[in-house]
Write a protein that binds this ligand. Structure first.
Ligand code: NAD
Length: 526
């Protein structure tokens, strides 16, 4: 794939951009020339202007999405799944386009952009084929056995708001929208100001797959204002982002009594037991620490190593880390790309500089790579990190990992459970029962055994989410689609209203009721 003089992929011509920005939903401010433009990490130059909406646009977008829900929800699940499966096929076929856009807007390496395609395609296929079974009616015994029936059914919530960050613009912008749409909801997605084109490209592709226009709307504009407006109007909000913003979103949603799922930050630990396969542990650590240039909620930032294998593991990790190819290209020739923005570079540098100033030792990296790109940063390994350093228990969200030495499993678990987050954790060990026992003691929504991070996230039939400050609610699996519905109980009687028949003495009815209680108890009914 060639680029123009700047980092823009050469095929991204004005008419292409117009075909995507057409999908910005701003019914109220249509015609206004307000735009927003992000900075491309590869060259520090502007990407392309995207129309910017207002909170009034969000209100109108939600209203038109809500008007569309009746017809969309009335379709059969299979009809909706047909759209999603066509989207799947188009995505797989046209993946180079979206990978170019992801890289241009966000700066990650090609392989990490491909992982987004892989994850979204897997989610689309899985929920299209199996989502209906997660939403099946549940028959239960009625209030009066035999004479009455009851079922619990799932009904769509209405309009789902999806607020996503810039680090996985395809996966987090679309992967959560797919089950919401399949469950019969309309979606209003808020594009992150750094990565709107990826989401708009995807919206256009979903239209090619046959999704009716009002059913999925994309709103743009200043993050706080537009994000708050989304929470103020939708019927459910799926938020992914920082813990600080997640708290605000959760409070705002709670005031409106709407449901929310909050997928937030992490400071994820990886434990290397004394019996671990060290080569595999080192490779797994590097993969999980530096994936997406360390800008991944589940990436590893703390490595807790048994004293007996500490030196051997350190050597192996440094070998892998120094062999990583850091660079910027629209192909698979680099392992690690750029950080996403000047802000990210400043935050990551500040964490590392603070640690070094307070006595941490840099074993690898520890500095920017301006010769690679304006926001590139070297994969970094530290040791000697102490509690007074910002990066000790605070999320760095960059390609930086710190090593800690422990002397037994209990100490490893205690160290891993420190801090307020609880998103993901990993254990490398050749003793499966022990690793399983330790996994249950870790405060983390996902635990990977003999893998750094991707294994649990890729197990899309199981939930993924956080404990503690890492959030509430789950994506993927049954909960990843059920959360977009509400349970409704439908009870029916073939007798007419349950209660004393007309004219019956209440004394007789109560006596019969008491006899039934004793009968049920002795026959063990219920
Ligand atoms: P952020 O919280 O700053 O922004 C996330 C989204 O919220 C953006 O679209 C932003 O425009 C919007 N927003 C900002 N203020 C808002 C408000 N007041 N109300 C509603 N929306 C608002 O997060 P970020 O820095 O862009 O993303 C990185 C963070 O996201 C990291 O902490 C990372 O760990 C976390 N993250 C978590 C997961 C997960 O699944 N748990 C996945 C990816 C990223």
């Amino acid at each position: 794939m060639t680029t123009t003089a700047d980092a823009r992929p050469a095929w991204v011509k004005p008419h292409k951009l117009a075909s995507w920005t057409h999908w910005v939903s701003r019914p109220v401010s249509r015609g206004s020339d307000a735009t927003m433009t992000a900075t491309a990490p590869y060259d520090g130059r502007p990407t392309a202007p995207v129309p910017a909406g207002t909170p009034e646009d969000v209100a109108a977008a939600v209203a038109s999405a809500r008007a569309a829900t009746t017809a969309w929800a009335a379709l059969s699940y299979d009809d909706r799944a047909g759209v999603v499966l066509r989207f799947h096929d188009l995505l797989v076929e046209r993946q180079d386009e979206v990978m170019d856009l992801i890289q241009w807007e966000m700066g990650k390496a090609r392989f990490h952009a491909w992982q987004e395609v892989l994850q979204v395609a897997n989610l689309a296929r899985h929920y299209a084929r199996h989502g209906a079974s997660y939403l099946d009616d549940r028959k239960v015994r009625g209030a009066l056995p035999v004479l009455t029936r009851a079922r619990e059914v799932r009904v769509p919530v209405g309009v789902v708001g999806i607020i996503s960050p810039w680090n996985y613009p395809l996966y987090l912008g679309v992967g959560d929208a797919i089950p919401a749409l399949l469950a019969g909801n309309a979606v209003v997605g808020k594009a992150d100001p750094q990565t709107p084109l990826t989401l708009l490209w995807t919206r256009a592709l979903m239209a090619e797959a046959g999704l009716p226009e009002p059913v999925w709307q994309v709103v743009t504009g200043p993050g706080t204002e537009i994000g708050e407006a989304v929470v103020d109007h939708v019927d459910y909000v799926c938020f992914t982002g920082s813990t600080a913003t997640g708290r605000l979103v959760g409070e705002r949603a709670a005031r409106r009594l709407i449901g929310s799922s909050l997928e937030l930050g992490g400071k994820n630990p990886l434990i290397v037991r004394a019996d671990a396969d060290i080569a595999k542990a080192a490779r797994g650590t590097a993969d999980a620490a530096f994936a997406n240039t360390g800008q991944m909620c589940i990436h590893i930032e703390r490595v807790i190593v048994h004293d007996r294998v500490y030196d051997e593991f350190k050597r192996a990790l440094l070998d892998v880390t120094t062999g990583l190819r850091v660079g910027q290209s629209y192909d698979l020739s680099h392992d690690i790309g750029s950080l996403a923005s000047a802000d990210q570079l400043a935050k990551v540098s500040a964490h590392v500089d603070d640690a070094v100033a307070k006595g941490a030792t840099v074993l690898a990296g520890g500095h920017a790579r301006p010769e690679v790109g304006p926001f590139a940063y070297a994969p970094t390994v530290l040791e000697g990190v102490t509690d007074d350093m910002d990066l000790c228990l605070g999320e760095t969200f960059g390609p930086v990992v710190a090593l800690y030495r422990v002397h037994d499993d209990d100490e490893a678990v205690r160290e891993a459970n420190r801090g307020s987050y609880g998103l993901s954790a990993s254990i490398f060990s050749t003793n499966a029962p022990t690793a399983d026992r330790m996994a249950r003691m870790l405060r983390a929504g996902s635990v990977n055994i003999n893998d750094g991070a991707a294994l649990a996230a890729g197990s899309i039939e199981a939930g993924m989410g956080g404990m503690g400050d890492s959030g509430s609610g789950r994506r993927h699996g049954a909960e990843g689609i059920r959360k977009y519905t509400q349970a409704q109980t439908i009870a029916s009687s073939s007798l007419g209203p349950v209660g004393p028949p007309p004219g019956a003495a209440l004394e007789t009815f109560v006596a019969l009721g008491n006899r039934q209680l004793r009968l049920f108890r002795s026959l063990r009914i219920r």
